[in-house]
Design a protein around this ligand. Structure first.
Ligand SMILES: Nc1ncnc2c1ncn2[C@@H]1O[C@H](COP(=O)(O)OP(=O)(O)OP(=O)(O)O)[C@@H](O)[C@H]1O
Length: 315
């Protein structure tokens, strides 16, 4: 189990993460999402003992990474696939790691096989590897100690579509066997495909957290009326915030029943009334974060803090 509790990390005057709390439970994959500079890497580095929290804690199985005896047997970490010795072959890299971890060297062949680097690639110098091959080696290193927890920063970066599909299966299988996975990624569709839990961070603060199903369901109610102006007025009169979509429908920040009652009371004829769940993770992400330029992203509906609070995961 991973527990991040009220984690804050400053770099001088720069607040990289501020009062961040979430947990990742065994048997689940947690997708950690946020725009560039949101604080994902800082959180993961704090979890792995590479950044000291200014305040708060980041623990694995109740202990700080540095306090774990032979940490690689408990936690597999991949934070930067580029940070590997280019002059060694992947077999040499993994054999050295196996010696440090005290695991049987036969495990090297197992993980090479597992990540698709067995055979000729295992004898190639890492300096000649593509980014995707380095990611595979990084994953092999993370898996080598047969840990119960994986902490992976952008592991799909550089993988081709087949590699991404393969990695999805590997992580799903790891979690299904009781493992805990924390995974950051910019590839929203991949996260949507594999994650059970989502944590969205923006500007160093948690924007939403909860189960994927609940967060994606909580994106409002789509409503379309015969007379859009009267529909918008009826919702406003009832105190329901609504955002127009390009196709003329509105996404209301309320359940279908409340929207239906408000429009019925105003005598507005409806053509459509349903959960606005079609946008998926991409819409949720854009709703909860901002574009890199700083301008609010165009969104179908505003954030729903109550929904995210309701799905908050606490240990
Ligand atoms: N060592 C450091 N010194 C100063 N500022 C830092 C340091 N590391 C991170 N930061 C700052 O902290 C903030 C969060 O950075 P972080 O790398 O955690 O974001 P991220 O979500 O991982 O971004 P990306 O998706 O681009 O990798 C950024 O503003 C970054 O500039």
């Amino acid at each position: 189990m991973i527990a991040i509790e009220h984690l804050t990390r400053r770099y001088g005057t720069q607040l990289a993460v501020s009062d961040v709390s979430f947990t990742c439970t065994p048997g689940t994959v947690t997708g950690f999402l946020g725009p560039n500079g949101a604080g994902k890497s800082t959180t993961m580095r704090a979890l792995c003992g590479l950044a000291t929290p200014t305040s708060g804690t980041a623990t694995i199985g109740g202990r700080a990474y540095r306090d774990l005896p032979n940490a690689g047997r408990h936690v597999g970490v991949l934070l930067d696939a580029g940070a590997q010795h280019g002059g060694r072959t992947s077999r040499e890299v993994l054999t050295l790691s196996a010696m440090v971890l005290g695991v049987d060297r036969r495990r090297v062949d197992q993980v090479l096989e597992q990540v698709g680097l067995a055979g000729a690639p295992a004898g190639k110098r890492v300096g000649k590897y593509s980014l995707g091959m380095r990611q595979r080696l990084g994953l092999a290193n993370a898996l080598l100690g047969d840990p119960q927890v994986l902490v992976l920063d952008e592991p799909a970066n550089g993988l081709d579509p087949a590699g991404i599909y393969w990695m999805r299966g590997l992580l799903r299988d790891f979690a299904d066997r009781g493992g805990t996975v924390l995974l950051s990624s910019h590839l929203l569709h991949e996260v949507e495909a594999v994650a059970d839990q989502l944590v969205v961070i923006a500007g160093g603060r948690i924007a939403a957290r909860g189960s994927k199903a609940e967060l994606l369901a909580g994106t409002g109610t789509l409503v379309r009326g015969l007379e859009p102006g009267r529909l918008a007025a009826a919702l406003a009169d009832a105190g329901i915030r609504a955002v127009p979509r390009p196709d003329g429908a509105l996404v209301a920040e309320a359940g279908a029943e409340a929207v239906g009652r408000a429009t019925a009371a105003a005598g507005v004829v409806l053509l459509e009334l349903r959960d606005a769940d079609g946008g998926g993770l991409e819409d949720l992400f854009r709703t909860l974060t901002q574009e890199p330029g700083g301008a609010p992203a165009p969104t179908p509906a505003a954030p729903r803090p109550l929904a995210t609070q309701a799905t908050e995961v606490r240990s």
